[in-house]
Design a protein around this ligand. Structure first.
Ligand SMILES: N[C@@H](CCC(=O)N[C@@H](CS)C(=O)NCC(=O)O)C(=O)O
Length: 223
């Protein structure tokens, strides 16, 4: 346990398996051996809009971390905070300013571009059952071209997975709901396969795969 942690204390994470950024926090925390008290918020049932959760996070989003007096929505802020406080210097967010600068740059880029474009393409399909929009699909293809160009090493920053990889992996996983084929982007595809070998990948991502599998089965029954 890192220097900022007191014995027996666990921050609480409000999260949902169907939320990409929640999966990023789950994978990072488990990888860095950070203990969390997990509270599941069922987005499909609208539990995020219930008064009890709105009191915690009026923006009604998951993931949301509560650590004593700190209430912290926004996965990328949660990721860096958790490692800094509970696993300082861990490989997924090392102390080197230069390495952190590269990781942070990608976390910002993931938020402003990668996950943003994927959300614009996927959310109308997932939430409003709209058909895929060809222009928005092209934007996602540009995102993947961009990532393909960035991948010069085994991982986005050097030869080990960092918070940047974890966050981008979680953003891309939303495309699985569209059965997206990644093979055209060779480096991204190989990198994803490497990321899936992470010891705690299943722990963080299996509930999402199961959710997608259930959705598929339901659709097939309706056809
Ligand atoms: N940028 C935020 C996104 C948070 C977010 O929008 N989460 C979605 C699930 S992926 C959510 O809670 N949506 C419910 C809502 O906005 O009411 C993060 O990375 O944490």
């Amino acid at each position: 346990m890192g220097s900022g942690a007191s014995r027996g204390h666990k921050p609480t994470l409000y999260q949902s398996a169907i939320s990409g950024p929640s999966r990023a926090v789950l994978l990072a925390a488990k990888t860095a051996n950070i203990q969390l008290d997990l509270k599941h918020i069922d987005l499909m049932k609208g539990e995020n809009k219930e008064e009890s959760f709105l009191k915690i996070n009026p923006e009604h989003t998951v993931p949301t971390l509560v650590d004593n007096d700190l209430v912290l929505p926004e996965s990328r802020a949660i990721l860096t905070y958790l490692v800094d406080k509970y696993a300082p210097g861990h490989d997924i967010y090392p102390k080197s300013h230069e390495v952190r600068a590269r990781i942070n740059r990608l976390l910002f880029r993931d938020l402003s571009f990668v996950s943003a474009k994927i959300g614009e393409f996927m959310f109308p399909q997932m939430m409003q059952q709209q058909p895929p929009d060809a222009d928005k699909q092209q934007e996602v293809e540009k995102v993947l071209d961009y990532l393909e160009g960035l991948l010069k090493e085994e991982y986005f920053v050097g030869d080990r997975a960092t918070l940047a990889d974890i966050s981008i992996l979680a953003s891309l996983s939303v495309l699985e709901a569209n059965d997206w084929k990644f093979e055209r982007w060779t480096k991204v595809n190989e990198w994803r396969n490497r990321m899936k070998e992470m010891p705690h990948y299943e722990y963080a991502f299996k509930p999402w795969s199961e959710f997608l599998q259930n959705m598929k089965s339901k659709h097939q029954e309706q056809e």
